[in-house]
Design a protein around this ligand. Structure first.
Ligand code: NZQ
Ligand code: ZN
Length: 388
């Protein structure tokens, strides 16, 4: 296991009826609150009213930025940053899924930056500082509630770029599984695929002696595989929603990464799909991941896929390793496309090979993705083609 620094200073309130602590937490950071949210699901579910009640009870002044899009746009970051400066906002309250939380992170950074916030992405300008962020998570998927990253899209340039900085870590996150009861089966499935991918991006590595982390990751994957179908069938099953929610945070909060050093592979490939076609992130990952594994399977990687199949999908361990590895990919596909009911090819969702070359080039950053198996531009193009 390589050396690492473990530092995840996000205070988490987990469980039902914890929002009564929202006012006291916000008040620690100031009086002027900017509430950010998406396209209105929080109004439909009644969550908006509960939040406003807590803010008012705490005697705070609330401003709002609504309409943050799935695959959040740089325009929303610009608008939010300007609003923070104009209204002297003290603290940000993001109520939503990964898109709202990601966007809010960069709004917090933009409040301290005089230039165009897109500079954080295309010029890699350092994040100067960030307003304190409190989140109320409404969808279990990205782990943005407990990590320092965010991904922003620019429609003018067909770019979707991620950036991470500890300054943008939420101070406090409220994780109430009952809030996710209203997430529909499709978004629940996409969320599950995203959580699994965050784990697999780390789990599929070539390093040795990660026994403790391996067991932890296998447990997280089994949790998602066990409970996502339950949450789809019974949206208000607390046990299922709670297990998925906590797994989503731990899949990407930095804990499992400790000790590994390889780059992620499917995420850079998926971000290009979202950038060009504005598809749901988890769906793109579900389509890509089995093809990526198929493409990477060889004598160097087979033992890892064998271990995955045996420990996560309970495949017969007496099978020859290559056969077990192939079976594990089959079972993963079956889980995504049959059990979760996600579409299985890019063709089905209206994507053809028109932009594969440029997307592959961008995914590799002009070089090689140094992941489980290093992938150059041609490799990435080949994987996209396998997804058609
Ligand atoms: O916008 P509203 O009306 O709220 O509806 C949303 C949206 O349409 C809806 N929704 C959310 N909570 C709901 C709900 N509907 C009913 N009831 C609820 N409780 O779900 C839709 C999708 O929401 P979104 O926030 O876009 O989903 P998700 O959480 O999957 O976030 C996706 C974004 O996060 C990025 C992705 O690339 C994508 O842009 N990621 C962020 C990461 C991070 N910060 O570390 C890592 C990930 O790998 C990912 O890249
Ligand atoms: Zn993801």
């Amino acid at each position: 296991m390589n050396g690492f620094t473990y530092d995840i200073p996000v205070k988490v309130y987990f469980g039902e009826n914890k929002l009564c602590h929202l006012g006291e937490e916000l008040r620690k950071y100031g009086k002027r609150v900017l509430l950010t949210y998406g396209g209105g699901s929080i109004k439909k579910s009644g969550l908006y009213d509960r939040i406003i009640e807590e803010i008012e009870k705490a005697g705070l002044t609330v401003f709002e930025l609504s309409g943050i899009e799935p695959n959040p746009r740089i325009d929303s970051v610009r608008e939010g940053g300007a609003l923070c400066k104009r209204e002297n906002i003290d603290v940000l309250l993001a109520v939503g899924g990964g898109s709202t939380i990601d966007c809010t992170k960069f709004i917090g950074a933009a409040a301290y930056y005089d230039g165009d916030p897109w500079d954080f992405f295309d010029k890699r300008v350092p994040v100067p500082n960030c307003l304190p962020i409190v989140t109320v998570l409404t969808l279990s998927a990205t782990g943005s509630e407990m990590d320092a990253g965010g991904v922003i899209s620019n429609l003018e340039t067909n770019d979707k770029i991620g950036r991470s900085d500890p300054l943008m870590l939420p101070k406090v996150s409220f994780l109430d599984p009952t809030i996710t009861y209203s997430v529909n089966p499709y978004q629940t499935a996409c969320g599950a695929a995203d959580i699994l991918s965050h784990i697999m991006e780390v789990y599929f590595n070539t390093e040795k002696n990660l026994y403790m982390l391996d067991c932890f990751m296998e447990g997280l994957m089994k949790t998602v595989i066990k409970y996502a179908p339950v949450a789809i069938k019974e949206p208000d099953n607390y046990e299922a929603r709670a297990n998925i929610m906590w797994a989503s945070s731990w899949a990407i909060n930095g804990f499992i990464k400790g000790g590994t050093s390889l780059a992620w592979s499917c995420h850079p490939m998926e971000h290009q799909l979202s950038a060009y076609y504005d598809i749901t992130h988890g769906l793109g990952l579900a389509i890509l991941t089995p093809r990526w594994l198929e493409y990477t399977l060889d004598e160097n990687t087979v033992s890892r896929l064998y271990q995955f199949g045996v420990n996560v999908f309970d495949i017969d361990k007496s099978l020859p390793p290559m056969e077990a590895a192939e079976k594990s990919i089959e079972m993963l596909s079956e889980f995504f496309f049959k059990t979760l009911g996600l579409q299985s090819t890019l063709t089905e969702i209206g994507i053809d090979d028109k932009y594969f070359e440029i997307m592959a080039k961008k995914a590799c950053g002009g070089d090689v993705i140094p992941g489980f198996k290093p992938l150059n531009q041609q490799d990435v193009e080949n994987i996209y083609k396998l997804c058609l």
